[in-house]
Design a binder for this molecule. Sequence first.
Ligand code: SF4
Ligand code: SF4
Length: 378
Amino acid sequence: MILAVEKKDFQSLFDALSSENYQIIGPAVDNSAMIYDEISGVDGLPVGYTDEQDGGKYRLVKSDREAYFDYVVGQHTWKRYLYPPDKKLFDLKLKGNGFEVIDNKHEIPKRAFIGMRACEIEAIRVQDMILLDGPYKDADYEKCRRNIFIVAVNCARPGGTCFCTSMGTGPKAKNGFDLAITEVFEDNDHYFLIESGTKSGENIMKNVKGREAGEKQIQAAERIMKEAEGRMGRKLETEGIKELLYRNFENPRWDEVANRCLSCGNCTLVCPTCFCVNIKDISGLEGDSAQRLRKWDSCFTLAHSYIYGGSVRTSAKSRYRQWLTHKLASWIDQFGMSGCVGCGRCITWCPVGIDITEEARAIRESERKGKVSASNEE
Ligand code: SF4
Ligand code: SF4
């Protein structure tokens, strides 16, 4: 069943989740950007905001309407709750002639993620493949992952750097959610269509105030999704992309992009699918304790590819090439899917505006031109 919920009753969704003891995490404004944080209800949502995004550019601005979800993704990703950026794995304490390991066990709350976009649900599927379903299961990720309730929001206004349509991941959430919301403005009416995707979703819906959506309302929501598909800020041609990138290991475009790349690692830190971490051991000053920490890492650092005697990827060129080729090509060989879901964050948050879609296009174009000039020479 699809429920039509009037704006005045939207809080009942938050109340239903709170009564089931979910900690609610959703979009909030911080430092002039949209982040994910704990919110108590509708009042915590950034109502009436939208975002302007382009290569190296992000602005949260007032929208032309009092929409609840007119912005897309910011620099935060949901993985900060499932696979935190900074985590203590355990403490060690000196005990007699040996040491004691103190596990960093803590309660993980049941969490409801409100406002997750279709591309972000797909990003969780990518991380599940690595951290849950692969040969090296991450026990902590599993605990966090099993405890979440996903309330997706279908994107009505894609951002300037979005290309989920090219990656087949959005703008409408097709699965992987407990509830999915489409916000509708139509004929001076402002309401939400809420669809359940799981049994838990259905149970929550029983306590949400609304009525069964009519055909006209469902068609209005479909129209919004159709329009959104046509308004993506970016495009990426994915046909044969794996082979294209494997063939172009020595393309001069890698030198050109390396001249601009600062190796800052922003693109990896904002990416919802990147999963590389570094393990650090820190000893206490008195020599009777130590900690093991896990921190997000980036393949753009020199140390990331350090193998005894030196780093494998010593140049910005080799690091950018490995990052883009991993995302769009070798990830497919490794995990059977693309490592990019088209969220556009790496474009927006790159300080020099390097654009993954533009780089892939330039490589494709250079190959096309090469073929044309070769055939002209014949
Ligand atoms: S590579 Fe860029 S566009 Fe693709 S999922 Fe990561 S941040 Fe998003
Ligand atoms: S591509 Fe951009 S964000 Fe990524 S490391 Fe280079 S300069 Fe930083």
